[in-house]
Design a protein around this ligand. Structure first.
Ligand SMILES: CC1=C(O)/C(=C\N=C(/Cc2ccc(O)c(F)c2)C(=O)O)C(COP(=O)(O)O)=CN1
Length: 456
C-alpha cells in the first residue's frame, strides 16, 4: 500500500522561534494562564484555532493583486457572489467581515425577545448573538454528542424528539429558525448526517419553521458524509455540499475556516424579503452591501478559496492530517474525543486530569501545561468557554471539558504533528502533579477570550 502525501508543495515559509522553558513560564504567567493572551512570537506550534490561520494558495495570492477597491460594485464582490451561489447554492449573498458579522445581522432580523432558537449544541458567539437579540438557545443535539467516548458516527445529529417537544411546548411562532451547525465545533468537530438534516428539513416544513445553517465547516461535514453515509461514498464533495445546503433556507459563514482566508464571511438567504432587511443592516454594521467589511482583495481571495476548498484531494488531506494526529494519541492511550473530528483533536481534560474539579478549570490548566511543555498553543473548550446562564448567572457545567488542538489548513507538516503527539504524551506521563487554577479576572461577555487565572 503506497503512502499518501499532501496535494501541494510549499513555496513560502515563516521561520519559527524555539523558546526555552524559562521564557515560556514567564510568558504564560504574563498571559494569566490564558493561551488567548500569549504573543504569537512566543508560540512554536500554534494550534489555538483553524480560524483565519490557514495558508492561501498562489492562486489566492494572485487574486489579492486583482483587488477592485471601488467603494461600490467591486468586481470581486460579483466573483464572490457567483462562487457562493455555485458551490453553496443560496440565492442572495450579504458579505460580512467574518462569521460574527453574519450572526449579528441574522439575529437582529429574525429574533424577537422571548423567542427560542433550537440548535445542535451551542456555539459561543452564535448563542450570544441570539441572546443579545432576546432569544433563548435550546440544545436539541443527540445525547451521544455530550459523551466524549461515544463512537456515534454523526454526533452532530439533531434529536428529532427533543426538537418536536420544544415546538409543541412553546409553539412554532416562537421559533424564528432552527440553528443547525455542520460540523459541531463544541462537540469535537462532529458531523451531522445528510439523512438527519433531510429529516430536520421535513419536520421544519410541517411547522413552517426556517432552518439556518452555520456553514463554517460544511465542507468538512461533506467529507464525513462521503466517508460514512453509504449513499454518498461515490459522490464528489462539491455535489454533497450543494445537496446539504439545499435543505436549509440560508446560512451564516465564517470564511476563515473552510474557505481558506484570513478574513471574510457572509450571510446567505433564499428569501428576498429577509435578504433586503439584512442588506439594509449591513450598511450600518459592516459597510456597503457589496463589500461587507472586506477589501476587494479579500473577497477575491475568498471566491478562489471556496473553489479550492471543495476539491476532494484538498479536504481528504486536510481531515487526514487531523486523523493522523488523533490516531497517534489513541494508540498511546491518551483520552481524546472520538470519533476524531474534522478540524481538531480534543483532549478530554476530565479523564486527563481527574484530580482537578471542574470549577478549578482542568482544561484551562491543561492548555497552559501543553504550552509550557513545548510551546504548543491549544484552546480551552470546557467550563470557561461555557460561560454563565444569562438568567441565573450561574456557571454552566458542560459534560465536555476539552482542550482543542486545532489544525490550520496547509500550514504544518507531519513532523509538527509527531512533535505535538510526543509533547501531549509527556504531559500525560506527568499529569498527576498538576493542580487547578483560580479565575482572577472575568470579562462580562465570552470570558474565555480575555479571562486571567493564577495557580491554586
Ligand atoms: C462554528 C463557528 C465557528 O467556529 C466560529 C468561529 N470559530 C472560531 C473563532 C472563535 C470563535 C468563538 C470562540 O469561542 C472561540 F474561542 C474562537 C474557532 O476558533 O473555532 C464562528 C464565528 O466566526 P468568526 O470567528 O469568523 O466571527 C461561527 N461558527
Amino acid at each position: 500500500r503506497r503512502s499518501w502525501a499532501e496535494p501541494y508543495k510549499i513555496k513560502v515559509v515563516e521561520p519559527l522561534k524555539i523558546t526555552t522553558r524559562a521564557e515560556r513560564e514567564q510568558a504564560i504567567a504574563q498571559a494569566g494562564y490564558n493561551t488567548f493572551l500569549l504573543r504569537s512570537e512566543d508560540v512554536y506550534i500554534d494550534l489555538l484555532t483553524d480560524s483565519g490561520t490557514s495558508a492561501m494558495s498562489d492562486y489566492q495570492w494572485a487574486g489579492m493583486m486583482l483587488g477592485d477597491e471601488a467603494y461600490a460594485g467591486s468586481k470581486n464582490f460579483y466573483n464572490l457572489e457567483a462562487s457562493i451561489q455555485k458551490y453553496y447554492g443560496y440565492r442572495h449573498i450579504v458579505p460580512t467581515h467574518q462569521g460574527r458579522g453574519a450572526e449579528n445581522i441574522l439575529s437582529q432580523i429574525l429574533i424577537k425577545p422571548g423567542d427560542y432558537i433550537p440548535g445542535n449544541m451551542y456555539f459561543t458567539t452564535t448563542r450570544l448573538h441570539q441572546e443579545l437579540a432576546g432569544g433563548t438557545f435550546v440544545d436539541v443535539i443527540i445525547d451521544e454528542a455530550h459523551d466524549a467516548q461515544s463512537l456515534h458516527p454523526f454526533k452532530g445529529n439533531v434529536d428529532l424528539q427533543k426538537l418536536t417537544d420544544l415546538i409543541e411546548r412553546v409553539g412554532a411562532e416562537r421559533i424564528p429558525y432552527i440553528s443547525v451547525a455542520g460540523t459541531v465545533n463544541m462537540a469535537g468537530g462532529q458531523p451531522i448526517s445528510m439523512a438527519n438534516l433531510r429529516a430536520v428539513h421535513q419536520l421544519a416544513q410541517t411547522y413552517g419553521i426556517r432552518i439556518i445553517l452555520d456553514a463554517t465547516r460544511a465542507v468538512e461535514n461533506a467529507h464525513f458524509i462521503q466517508q460514512r453515509e453509504e449513499d454518498y461514498s461515490s459522490q464528489a464533495i462539491a455535489t454533497i455540499l450543494r445537496e446539504f445546503c439545499s435543505y436549509t433556507d440560508g446560512c451564516t459563514m465564517s470564511g476563515k475556516k473552510d474557505a481558506l482566508v484570513n478574513i471574510g464571511g457572509w450571510l446567505a438567504l433564499n428569501d428576498y424579503n429577509l435578504y433586503e432587511e439584512a442588506r439594509n443592516l449591513i450598511v450600518i454594521y459592516e459597510g456597503l452591501h457589496t463589500y461587507g467589511g472586506m477589501a476587494g482583495r479579500d473577497m477575491e481571495a475568498m471566491a478562489r478559496g471556496i473553489e479550492e476548498s471543495v476539491q476532494d484531494d484538498h479536504i481528504r488531506a486536510r481531515v487526514g492530517q487531523v486523523e493522523y494526529l488523533g490516531q497517534k494519541l489513541l494508540d498511546w492511550g491518551i483520552p481524546i474525543v472520538v470519533p476524531i473530528g474534522g478540524h481538531a483533536i480534543y483532549l478530554d481534560a476530565k479523564r486527563f486530569l481527574p484530580q482537578i474539579p471542574q470549577d478549578q478549570f482542568p482544561a484551562q490548566r491543561l492548555a497552559a501545561e501543553l504550552y509550557l511543555e513545548a510551546g504548543i498553543r491549544a484552546m480551552e473548550r470546557g467550563i470557561v468557554s461555557a460561560g454563565r446562564n444569562k438568567e441565573t448567572g450561574d456557571n454552566y457545567y458542560p459534560e465536555l471539558e476539552l482542550v482543542r488542538l486545532t489544525i490550520p489548513r496547509r500550514v504544518y507538516t507531519q513532523a509538527h504533528m509527531d512533535l505535538t503527539a510526543e509533547a501531549v504524551e509527556e504531559v500525560y506521563h506527568n499529569r498527576d502533579r498538576l493542580r487547578g487554577l483560580k479565575m482572577i479576572y472575568e470579562p462580562k461577555y465570552l470570558r474565555f477570550f480575555q479571562a486571567r487565572f493564577e495557580l491554586q
